[in-house]
Design a protein around this ligand. Structure first.
Ligand SMILES: *Cc1c(COP(=O)(O)O)cnc(C)c1O
Length: 401
């Protein structure tokens, strides 16, 4: 999206504003499809939790995407957006058996990551096939908060518990129709994927009625100019070869599923805010913006480095700024970053604001959540209104004293 488009969107809808580029989403989707073009039966399931606006879900579904959902609410949103329930895989962790039952009654495929739940579900519904989430015990992912496949992780059923899985399957007569792994986010190394895939193939052989293998996600995308990314083409070539070989051995053309969130939407999003003031201290020049970790928490929570540009004055002399929010708590977006000279009123743009940004936003400090817009066919369309004071009060019950 050109700066002109972004500035016009700000004029129209105000700040702070999230804006998502449909062309970028589509090109990432097609890039992944193209990398795995030699897999006969490929399904890409968009991970709703990355960005769950209903218009985004509809756009994904319209491209042919399936859905990766981690809560019953995400399942219901995706169904509302019009997806075929069969194209949803529900992968919860630590939810109640009641919720799993409720989702299965919606005709959605279930992914179970706990032996006890597998046994309970198998005893209750031996006729409903389920997928199992395996923990291959590899350390992968950008940092410990987003690594979910290591030995101490709460996710998945340990590969070392394969005999237990087989015993439960035998006792309950439940049918396993898929095996799944998802080992973390920001995995850079193709070899890590391939090693984990080998572990999954090994366990997959033990189940006779598989329909799919789901390799999860965790593709790393670049966050700033010069940052690295997962080599999807290389992964495509290597994993396709290995997957097709496995299908030959298995004697059936299985479906290969990926469930990317970040890969599809991260780079498509920009977060636009306005500079309230410049504050020079003895050591630092702060650019104070009209947002904070209530709207974009990734820099504070994960130490993420979102590239920041001054789009209203892009070609001036670069100076060092620390970009901070307006929350009454330390909410530093970036420390001593080189940005084209900033004045109060300028519009700053944060890159990679598509994934885990709006969806992790809150009303802390009783601020309104930002508006969201979608750039499609050279038009900017509003897909979420900025909140109003009524929204803050909507579920509150006001007592009289
Ligand atoms: C979060 C999640 C994803 C998406 O991960 P990204 O790093 O955003 O691609 C996929 N599958 C499951 C089960 C998840 O929890």
């Amino acid at each position: 999206m050109k700066n002109k488009v972004l500035l016009e969107a700000v004029d129209k809808f105000g700040t702070p504003l999230y804006i998502y580029d449909s062309n970028m989403i589509k090109s990432q989707y097609n890039r992944l499809k193209q990398s795995f073009k030699d897999v006969k039966n490929l399904q890409i399931n968009y991970a709703v939790k990355a960005l769950s606006n209903i218009s985004i879900l509809k756009y994904m579904i319209n491209m042919g995407s399936g859905i990766d959902a981690v809560s019953i609410q995400e399942v219901i949103l995706a169904l509302k957006a019009g997806v075929n329930p069969k194209k949803i895989l529900y992968t919860p962790n630590g939810v109640s058996i009641e919720e799993i039952k409720e989702v299965s009654e919606l005709g959605v495929s279930i992914n179970i990551d706990n032996l006890e739940v597998l046994e309970q579900f198998g005893n209750l519904n031996p006729d409903i096939p389920v997928c199992i989430r395996i923990n291959p015990h590899i350390m992968a992912g950008g940092n410990s908060k987003i690594s979910v496949g290591h030995i101490d992780s709460k996710f998945g059923i340990s590969i070392h518990q394969t005999p237990h899985i087989l015993r439960i399957v035998e006792n309950t007569k439940i049918n396993i129709n898929g095996v799944h792994m998802h080992t973390g986010s920001d995995i850079l190394d193709v070899e890590v994927f391939l090693n984990a895939a080998e572990i999954l193939f090994k366990i997959a052989k033990k189940f006779k009625n598989l329909e799919f293998i789901d390799f999860g996600s965790g593709f790393k995308v670049p966050y700033y100019p010069g940052d690295s990314e997962t080599n999807i083409d290389e992964l495509g070539v290597k994993l396709t070869e290995r997957f097709n070989l496995f299908c030959d051995e298995y004697g059936k053309e299985l479906k290969l599923i990926f469930e990317p969130g970040k890969f599809l939407v991260s780079q498509a999003g920009k977060f636009l805010c306005r500079v309230n003031s410049i504050k020079q201290t003895t050591s630092t020049v702060f650019a104070q913006v009209d947002t904070g970790f209530n709207h974009l928490i990734r820099p504070m929570m994960y130490g993420s480095n979102h590239h920041i540009e001054n789009i209203s004055n892009p070609d001036d002399m670069e100076r060092y700024y620390s970009v901070v929010g307006y929350i009454c708590e330390t909410d530093t977006f970036a420390t001593n970053k080189k940005i084209s000279s900033i004045s109060p009123g300028d519009i700053l743009s944060f890159s990679n604001a598509g994934a885990y940004c709006f969806s992790m936003s809150s009303n802390y400090n009783s601020r309104f959540k930002p508006a969201e817009a979608f750039y499609i066919d050279d038009k900017v369309l509003l897909i979420r209104e900025r909140e109003k004071i009524e929204d803050l009060l909507i579920n509150q019950i006001e007592l009289s004293f």
